[in-house]
Design a protein around this ligand. Structure first.
Ligand SMILES: Nc1ncnc2c1ncn2[C@@H]1O[C@H](COP(=O)(O)OP(=O)(O)OP(=O)(O)O)[C@@H](O)[C@H]1O
Ligand SMILES: [Mg+2]
Length: 303
C-alpha cells in the first residue's frame, strides 16, 4: 500500500528545470581507449540535480564504459570529467562514492540469503555500545531500513525475509533506497529494467522518479526508449562510442528517440535479414512467395 505517501508534489513528467545551473557531473569531450580499441570518444554529458539523464544505445555502444568512468572503475583517456565543476580522475569506486556518486549495477551486489535489513546496511552497519564491546544495533537497522523503504513507497511485510526472495524489481528498489539513504547525490542505474517484465519495470521507473523528487541527479542506462521516455528529462544516445543525440525532453519525441535507437537503415536491413532467415527456415515449404512479398529489398532506409 503506497497511498499514505507524504509527498504532495506529484511527479509531473514535463521539462524539469535544473535546480542549479552547475551540473553535479559533467563530461567534456571525454573518451576511453582500451589499448587500441576506442570504446568512447568525444562525449559531452551533463547531469543535474532533480533530473533523470537517460543514456541509451545498442550493445557495444559504450554505455558501460561511460558509467565506469563516472563511477570510478575506469579512467578516461581523453577529455575532461568534472564533479561540481572541479576536474577529477577517480582511481577507485570509493572515491566516486565519497563524492556522492553511487552506482547500482544490474547484477546487484546483494547476498541473497541475508535479510533485507542486513543487505541494506551491508558494509556500513550501525553499531552500539562503547568501542571494545561494540556490537551491531540490529533493532535500529531494521527500523531504519523499514522507514527508508517506506519513505520511497516500498512496503515489505518482513525485514527479516532474505533479499533473494524479493522480485528483481523490488531488489532494484531496495538498492535505490539504500543509495538515497547513504547520501548519494548522483545515482547511476545500469539497465535496471532490462531483465524485468512490464509491471516490475513500472515499479522501478516509479522509484527512479522518486529518487529524482528527492533531489538526486539520476543517470538511467537503458536499451528501451519507452522506459527512458517515461521518466527522462534528458536523453543521450550513444552509437559506436560517440554521442549521436543529446536532447532534452522538449526537443525530442518518443518516436524520434525510438528511431535514433533503432537506426532507420539498420531496421530496414534487419527486416531484410529476418525475411531471409524465414525463407531459409521454410525452404521445404512451397509458399515462398507469401513470405518474401512484403520485404523491400533495395530501398535504403532514410533516417
Ligand atoms: N575492458 C575492455 N577491453 C577492451 N575493450 C572493451 C573493454 N570494455 C569494453 N570494450 C569495448 O568497448 C566497446 C563499448 O563497450 P561497452 O561495454 O561500453 O558497451 P555497452 O554500450 O555497455 O554495451 P552493452 O549494451 O552490450 O552492455 C565495445 O566495443 C567493447 O568491446
Ligand atoms: Mg553495458
Amino acid at each position: 500500500m503506497t497511498s499514505n505517501e507524504t509527498g504532495t508534489h506529484g511527479a509531473v513528467l514535463q521539462d524539469t528545470p535544473p535546480a542549479t545551473d552547475r551540473p553535479l557531473v559533467e563530461l567534456r569531450g571525454a573518451g576511453k581507449s582500451y589499448g587500441n580499441i576506442r570504446a568512447l570518444h568525444g562525449v559531452d554529458l551533463k547531469v543535474f540535480s532533480n533530473q533523470v539523464t537517460c543514456v541509451l544505445g545498442d550493445n557495444g555502444a559504450g554505455k558501460s564504459t561511460l558509467i565506469k568512468i563516472i563511477s570510478g572503475l575506469h579512467q578516461h583517456t581523453e577529455g575532461e570529467f568534472l564533479v561540481d565543476g572541479e576536474p577529477v580522475r577517480f582511481s577507485t569506486p570509493r572515491e566516486a562514492l565519497d563524492k556522492g556518486i553511487a552506482t547500482v549495477y544490474q547484477d546487484l551486489a546483494v547476498v541473497p540469503l541475508m535479510p533485507v535489513w542486513r543487505n541494506f546496511f551491508l558494509g556500513s552497519e550501525m553499531t552500539k555500545g562503547p568501542w571494545p564491546v561494540r556490537r551491531l544495533d540490529i533493532e535500529r537497522m531494521k527500523k531504519t531500513a523499514d522507514e527508508e523503504l517506506r519513505n520511497m513507497g516500498i512496503v515489505l511485510d518482513d525485514m527479516e525475509q532474505p533479499i533473494g526472495t524479493l522480485s528483481g524489481g523490488q531488489r532494484q528498489c531496495v538498492a535505490i533506497a539504500r543509495a538515497v539513504y547513504f547520501g548519494a547525490r548522483v545515482l547511476i542505474l545500469d539497465e535496471p529494467t532490462a531483465a524485468l517484465g512490464v509491471k516490475q519495470s513500472g515499479v522501478v521507473l516509479k522509484y527512479i522518479a522518486a529518487a529524482r523528487e528527492k533531489g538526486l541527479g539520476v543517470i538511467f542506462i537503458t536499451h528501451n526508449p519507452h522506459h527512458a521516455y517515461m521518466v527522462g528529462d534528458h536523453f543521450s544516445v550513444l552509437r559506436l562510442g560517440t554521442m549521436e543525440l543529446s536532447a532534452s525532453r522538449s526537443e525530442v519525441s518518443l518516436e524520434e528517440l525510438t528511431n535514433h535507437m533503432a537506426g532507420g537503415t539498420e531496421l530496414a536491413s534487419l527486416k531484410h535479414e529476418l525475411a531471409q532467415v524465414r525463407g531459409v527456415d521454410v525452404e521445404e515449404l512451397p509458399e515462398e512467395g507469401d513470405l518474401s512479398a512484403p520485404v523491400a529489398t533495395s530501398s535504403e532506409g532514410k533516417s
